[in-house]
Design a protein around this ligand. Structure first.
Ligand SMILES: Nc1ncnc2c1ncn2[C@@H]1O[C@H](COP(=O)(O)OP(=O)(O)O)[C@@H](O)[C@H]1O
Ligand SMILES: [Mg+2]
Length: 339
């Protein structure tokens, strides 16, 4: 799957989000592949929900929130003032942690969006109810009680009903914010099965803190920690062969430690290959196991990452400081290097 070429449905560029003066997302740049399942993983409070809600502009309606950077959905910049939010929301269905059924019948829940958009034909509404309850795999459970209250359903059925209601509006993207966390294991598995069945037709973005769920479902994984994007890539790479120390620690259930920085090197004013020379000099002075923070502009960074000097040592983390500047945190390995 990793080698498969696929288009990106959502592109995030240098997205930062602040609640008041607290920055909760830091210069995030990622691509969400089309018609695949992307899992956003990371410990509680690291910004997963905020990132997910930035995709359909559910965050910037709150007071005190400031958003910078860009999010493109099908090449449309959704933070452009000209973007119509209602149209955007119609393209994205959202499943929350707890199912939010409307206080009406099962039938009316499914057709709610269609009615809002002016659909009056009884035939079309009936057909939609059957079709989307089937897509949500619950038609056989409820077909004889469509006009009873949705609130009477089990919580697992309510979540599948919310899925049916979302699908009925004809979205391109399904966003799920820990959509199985309130469910019993069997209901959770039914939702997981739906996602696997639906991914041929929809781009699915799933926030989860359950690593096993990410392993079962994800084609692509985004790992966030304290508002920073630590690592992202094809699921089998990130989950089985992570590049960075923080990802490894998280996957192994270990405490994520901030490395103690012993030396700092500012390369902002240098260009490649002068930057590499400066790096070689500092690296020679560094002892095995010590950690160096390199501050670098984007152009230097690309050259540095490809240099053998960097490849021979451990890159603990690459952090974006702002749109133009990155920090590379490196640790000197045993054996050193030779020029
Ligand atoms: N409306 C809000 N106002 C202020 N702080 C918020 C708000 N929503 C979330 N936060 C804070 O932003 C951080 C990220 O939250 P969130 O995106 O919900 O993380 P996650 O989904 O990974 O648990 C947390 O520290 C949280 O307390
Ligand atoms: Mg959350």
């Amino acid at each position: 799957m990793a080698s498969e070429v696929s288009q990106n449905h959502i592109r995030v560029r240098d997205l930062s989000v602040r609640y008041g003066s607290t920055r909760v997302l830091n210069n995030i740049s990622i691509d969400i592949p089309d018609k695949k399942i992307t899992a956003i993983i990371g410990p509680s409070g690291c910004g997963k929900t905020t990132l997910l809600k930035s995709f359909n502009r559910l965050i910037d309606l709150q007071e005190g929130v400031s958003v910078s950077g860009q999010v493109f959905v099908d090449d449309e910049d959704i933070y452009d003032p000209k973007t119509e939010i209602t149209h955007l929301r119609k393209r994205m269905g959202l499943l929350s942690q707890r199912p939010q059924v409307l206080p009406m019948s099962i039938y009316e829940n499914v057709v709610y969006g269609l009615r809002v958009h002016g659909e009056k034909s009884k035939e079309k509404l009936n057909a939609a109810v059957e079709r989307y309850l089937k897509e949500a795999h619950m038609w056989h459970e409820v077909k004889d009680r469509l006009h009873t209250s949705a609130a009477k359903l089990s919580i697992g059925q309510q979540q599948r009903l919310c899925l049916a209601r979302g699908l009925a509006v004809g979205p391109e993207v399904i966003l799920g914010d820990e959509p199985t966390s309130a469910l019993d294991p069997i209901s959770a598995e039914q939702i997981e099965q739906r996602f696997l069945a639906l991914k041929d037709k929809y781009t699915i973005v799933l926030v989860t803190h359950i690593l096993r769920q990410a392993r079962r479902l994800a084609d692509y994984v985004v790992f966030l920690y304290l508002g920073n994007l630590i690592e992202h890539g094809p699921a089998e790479e990130v989950l089985n062969n992570p590049r960075y120390a923080k990802t490894k620690a998280y996957l192994e259930g270990r405490f994520i430690e901030e490395p103690e920085i012993e030396k700092e090197l500012d390369l902002i004013k240098l260009t490649f290959p002068e930057s590499l020379k400066a790096l070689e000099k500092v690296f020679k002075e560094l002892k095995v196991g010590q950690v160096l923070r390199i501050v670098s502009g984007e152009k230097n960074l690309q050259g540095l990452i490809r240099s053998p000097l960097v490849a021979q040592h451990t890159v603990l983390e690459i952090k974006k400081r702002d749109a133009l500047t990155s920090e590379v945190i490196m640790q000197k390995n045993e054996g050193g290097y030779s020029i």
